[in-house]
Design a protein around this ligand. Structure first.
Ligand SMILES: [Zn+2]
Length: 84
C-alpha cells in the first residue's frame, strides 16, 4: 500500500491509499486541513478589523488595529485544545 495525503481545495485532507499489486485505491477523509483553519481565522480577523475601522472611521482617528497576530494564535491554541 502506498499512501498519499492530499489537501483539497475545500480545505479537507484526503488520505489516499493505493495498492501496487492490484491497483486498488481507497481513501479516507482526514478532516479539516490546518491551512484552512489558519486561513479562516485570518479572514475573520481581517473582517473584524475592517468592521472596526468602519466604525471608528473618524477622519483624525486612524488608530492602528490591535495586534491581530495575538488573537489569531490565541484562537488557534483554543482550537487545538478543542474549545472554539
Ligand atoms: Zn491489492
Amino acid at each position: 500500500m502506498d499512501q498519499t495525503d492530499k489537501n483539497t481545495m475545500t480545505g479537507r485532507v484526503i488520505r489516499e491509499y493505493e495498492c501496487r499489486n492490484c491497483g486498488h485505491t481507497d481513501w479516507e477523509d482526514d478532516g479539516v486541513a490546518l491551512w484552512k483553519v489558519l486561513h479562516d481565522a485570518r479572514e475573520e480577523d481581517e473582517a473584524e478589523a475592517a468592521a472596526q475601522a468602519a466604525t471608528n472611521a473618524a477622519p483624525e482617528a486612524a488608530a492602528p488595529v490591535p495586534n491581530p497576530q495575538t488573537s489569531l494564535w490565541q484562537r488557534l491554541a483554543g482550537l487545538l485544545r478543542g474549545k472554539c
